[in-house]
Design a protein around this ligand. Structure first.
Ligand code: SF4
Length: 367
């Protein structure tokens, strides 16, 4: 039986994670087995400490960045019917909408008034919206506003290419020429087909999500990566997901950041419990440790709340993410506006001992 003092020394040395601890100190890549050892451990402070070693190695100085950006859910019409989504309305529903250009422009004006830089246009897979719709919209946005279009998702890009009968290369090239600057990693969920088929049988396969990202990277367009966990997947599935992201990053280097979101059950068909703070912090820290080739880890305050988001800064994250004025897909029907005021973001970062700095989508410090 260890005494309290022995336990503290044991934590500092690595405890049951000694092998992982030594690898992290030696800056060596962690294996699948190392990841499993981390998931099997309940030594959360130690896992956080290890993640912070990597975070501090990648980001010297004491800065935590945040972005002023706005999600605009331009349409809720979607035929895919994912069980975890309370946002979509099937084609033909009276509650389906497509925002007008004026409505989209007004939202962008609000963003600019607050010093924002990023527009995140994201919607359902609406059979009525073809490539021309996006090209016209993106051109119009870029002609009017000095914003970064971090927009669509791999599923939307794939669907647009299918509807247009164009290759992915051609579709992404045309979208980029119209103004698309980067693609968010939305819709990754868990990149394992047996999990995806359970929760969204009509959804694109994991290889398709990765193919969109690979194609974008090969065309020189950066993207982000995400994982939505708490979808009844195993720890092995989470690790396989992280390793798929890591392998693609080895190949292309195109992912600028990674965010682990936990599933939000409110209003969705899929009846699963919300991930605990413990599970979230551990998963984020393990992502920081496994994704040794991804520069930035964002906290997920949107799904965990601002206070856990703040604590997550001590679990490997270096970025507070976006202000996200409005988000309907991840947060489901019960939340239509989700605003964390910018002074509050600054206060949360400062109270955790860091200097808050606004960044743009390319992770350049601005303001
Ligand atoms: S998560 Fe996306 S693809 Fe799935 S139903 Fe919702 S809007 Fe459609």
């Amino acid at each position: 039986m260890l005494s309290s003092a022995d336990k503290i020394i044991d934590i500092a040395r690595g405890g049951d994670l000694t092998g992982v601890y030594e690898k992290v100190l030696a800056n060596q890549r962690l294996s699948f087995a190392d990841g499993l050892a981390l998931f099997s451990s309940v030594n959360l402070p130690q896992i956080g400490m290890l993640a912070n070693i990597v975070r501090e190695r990648k980001h010297t100085g004491n800065v935590v960045t945040f972005l002023i950006g706005r999600n605009i859910n331009y349409t809720n019409v979607c035929w895919v019917r994912c069980q975890f989504c309370a946002f979509y309305r099937p084609p033909g529903s009276d509650e389906g909408y497509v925002l007008s250009r004026d409505q989209i422009f007004e939202k962008i004006r609000e963003l600019l008034r607050l010093g924002g830089t990023e527009v995140f246009l994201q919607g359902g897979l609406n059979p009525k919206l073809k490539l021309d719709y996006y090209i016209d919209l993106f051109r119009a946005v870029k002609a009017e506003f000095p914003v970064h279009l971090h927009s669509l998702s791999p599923a939307e890009v794939l669907y647009i290419s299918h509807l247009s009968r164009l290759s992915l290369e051609e579709t992404i090239s045309r979208l980029r020429a119209a103004g698309l600057d980067s693609i968010p990693g939305a819709g990754a969920e868990i990149l394992i087909d047996e999990v995806r088929k359970e929760i969204s049988p009509l959804r694109d396969e994991a290889s398709e999500w990765l193919r969109v990202m690979r194609t974008a990277h090969q065309l020189g367009m950066p993207t982000t990566a995400t994982m939505t966990f708490g979808l009844s997947e195993s720890h092995e599935h989470r690790l396989q997901h992280l390793i798929k992201i890591r392998e693609l990053q080895d190949e292309t280097g195109g992912f600028t950041s990674f965010t682990a979101w936990n599933y939000q059950p409110d209003g969705a068909q899929l009846d699963l419990p919300r991930a605990t703070a413990f599970d979230y912090l551990k998963t984020q820290a393990i992502a920081r440790l496994m994704l040794d080739n991804v520069a930035n880890i964002q906290v997920s305050w949107l799904t965990q709340g601002a206070k856990i988001g703040q604590v997550a800064l001590k679990f490997g994250a270096n970025d507070f993410g976006s202000t996200i004025f409005e988000e309907n897909v991840i947060t489901a029907a019960s939340v239509t506006k989700c605003i964390l005021p910018i002074p509050e973001i600054r206060r949360l970062i400062q109270d955790a001992g860091y200097e808050p700095r606004q960044r743009n989508t390319r992770y350049e410090i601005i303001g």
